[in-house]
Structures are given as C-alpha cells and as structure tokens.
Design a binder for this molecule. Structure first.
Ligand code: AMP
Ligand code: MG
Length: 342
C-alpha cells in the first residue's frame, strides 16, 4: 500500500510553519495499532495545531474505550459485568449497554455466528502462550455460549446473565466502534478527509483530494505490510474490516488455533482464512467480518447479499477469492461506498 508509506514520510516532515498537508499518527492501543491520517487545511489561527490536536483527541478516545471495554483490565466496566452479572442484574454504563445491545442485534442477524458470549470458552485460550482448553473443558463450558443468556433491561440500564459461567468479550466489535467514534470526533472538528484504523478495522472520511482511498486486502498467508495485497478497493466515505486467521494464532499438530471462535464448537472457525466487509460504518463491518468468518463462504455470502450497501471479499481455506456481486463489477456497483477507480 504505497499511500501508507507516503503518509509515513509526510508525518516525519511535519514541522511549523503550518501549511496544508497530510498528517498522520500511530499508537499502540486496544492491543493493536491505531492509525489516523488526515488532511490539514492551510493557515490555522495563531499557534494552534488543529490537525495534531485532532489526532491526539482520537487517540484519547481509543484509550477511554479500552478502559471501559477491555476484558484484560480487571477494573474495567466489562470485567465488572463478567464478575457480577450472573449473580444479579447490574446497572451498567449506557455506552457499553448500547454496544452490547448492538452486539445482540448482530447475533440475531448472523444466526448466532457473531456472539460475544464466545468468551465463555474463548477465555480459556491464550494464543501468545500457545495454551488451549482440553476437550472436556470445552464440552463443559460450551453450553455457556449463547447470546440468549444475556438479558438487557433498557429502561433500567441493567444487564443480567441468565446462567453462571457466561462471559462476554467485545473483541469482535469494539475496535470498529472505536473507529466510528474517532471519525465522529474528526468530523466534529471540521476535518473532511481522513482515515482512522484500528488493526483490521478502518473508516474513511471523504476521499483523497478527488481520488478514492485505495485500501488493500492482505494476503492471509503473507499478511505483513510487504506482502502483495490480494485485492485493492477504491473507497470513499466507507468502512472496511478484515477478520483473519493470521492475527492471533498458534499451531499444534498441524491445526491452526486462532482467535475467531465458532460458537457451536468452541474451537477456531476453520472454513476460511479471511473475510473483508465493506459498509457504511465500522461497528457494522467489524461485527459482520467476524460473523461472516464463522459462517463461511456460502452462508456468509448469502447474508451479505441480503444486506443493503454491504459487500464482502472472502479468502477460503484453499486461498480462493470470492467477491460479493457488488464488487464483481465495481463500475456498476450498487454499493454507494465503492468508487469506480478514476
Ligand atoms: P475480528 O478481528 O474483528 O474478527 O475480531 C476477532 C475477535 O473477536 C477475537 O479476538 C475475539 O475477541 C472476538 N471473537 C472471536 N470469536 C467471536 C465470535 N464468534 N463472535 C464474536 N466475537 C468473537
Ligand atoms: Mg470483527
């Protein structure tokens, strides 16, 4: 992705006096790389540096969301839910309540493939340490995976788990949500052209000076920045998320144990290598990329076809590429987020 390299060079040249230019920032937050690129207009008043301030505000928002939603921070609101919500209904932060409610909507839409209670088994895996649960542990905890074990009381703002042993984790949707929040912050500050990304979840505000943003889809078996992308997509005012079996995994006896769990088995979903979803907002594309990954090519593409303004690129376990109908002929696409390359 050559534009990334250009932007990096641009960042290192950033200096006063201010002039119109692309600026960027990158930080490690939420266990991933957060990247912001934006076009800063000419002539900021006095000594202000609105572009840099905007990037810092997005980074702060990412840290705030992480403190609220991380399952790894013992005193996060999410950790409190996992500790207490099986014993009794508990009142929780409204923003977190709303994202859990949105998660349940995607569980219904994907017929349970996207399910934040995957963590009831998922927490037993440690991909970095190469640890996985024994068959008996999986069998024992598997009945705790079911989004219908989560009861939400909207009027009271309360959550309750209807069964002990249930755990939730927003890892499949929180980064997309954070990216959407980042874009909102930039827009409120008057930024008109920007990219915000958190690992595999990105959203684009506007375009790049009349040309679309060109976003590459990584080769799942050569996923580094150097690897040749399997596809390049011209996008504007769009969100794009990729879920891949290469992000967090270890291999044992020839089996790749990775971080996307099939809620029906408690084991890594194994029919595809990556799923990319294109849509309007990153909360949606994030949840759907994870859900469609679990569904696989046939059921996943059937779901994508049934949704308006959603497209997908899937790389199956043999490395074969599948494009949704809206992408097959980009010049005639019905997806308003996809731009014909000029
Ligand atoms: P993504 O890269 O967006 O697909 O997110 C992967 C993350 O989603 C994992 O690291 C888990 O935190 C979470 N996750 C794994 N399996 C599921 C699932 N079936 N439904 C919802 N979230 C999941
Ligand atoms: Mg996701």
């Amino acid at each position: 992705m050559s534009y990334l390299r250009l932007a990096l060079i641009g960042a290192s040249l950033t200096a006063s006096p201010l002039h119109a230019e692309w600026i960027s920032g990158e930080e490690a937050i939420m266990g991933t790389a957060i990247r912001v690129e934006l076009w800063q207009d000419d002539a900021a008043p006095d000594a202000a540096n609105p572009g840099r301030d905007a990037i810092a505000a997005v980074m702060n928002e990412m840290r705030r969301i992480d403190r609220l939603m991380s399952p790894f921070i013992p005193d996060s609101e999410l950790s409190r839910i996992n500790r207490d919500a099986a014993a009794q209904a508990i009142a929780i932060d409204r923003e977190l309540f709303d994202l859990i409610q949105t998660s349940l909507k995607f569980s219904k839409l994907t017929n349970g493939a996207f399910d934040i209670t995957f963590s009831s088994v998922g927490y037993l895996y440690d991909y970095r340490a190469g640890v996985m649960p024994a068959d008996t542990q999986i069998a024992q905890a598997l009945p705790n995976i079911d989004y219908r074990h989560i009861a939400l009381d909207s009027a009271r703002g309360e959550i309750r788990f209807l069964r002990s042993g249930v755990r939730i984790d927003l890892g499949g949707i929180a980064k997309g949500y954070a990216v959407d929040r980042g874009i909102e912050i930039l827009r409120a500050r008057g930024v008109r052209e920007a990219l915000v990304s958190a690992g595999g979840d990105s959203r684009l505000l506007g375009n790049r000076h009349g040309r679309p943003w060109m976003i590459g889809i990584r080769d799942p078996r050569a996923p580094g920045r150097e690897g040749k992308p399997v596809a390049m997509l011209p996008l504007q005012d769009a969100a794009i998320s990729t879920s891949g079996d290469y992000e967090r995994f270890f291999e044992r006896d020839g089996v790749r144990h990775h971080h996307i769990i099939n809620p029906r088995t408690g084991r890594a979903a194994d029919t595809v290598r990556s799923v990319t979803i294109i849509g309007a907002d990153a909360t949606t594309t994030d949840a759907l990329s994870t859900g469609v990954f679990v569904l696989g090519v046939d059921a996943g593409m059937a779901l994508v076809r049934s949704l308006k303004n959603i497209d997908a690129v899937i790389v199956d376990r043999a490395g074969k590429l599948f494009f949704s109908p809206g992408l097959a002929a980009p010049r005639e696409t019905s997806n308003k987020h996809l731009q014909p390359k000029s």
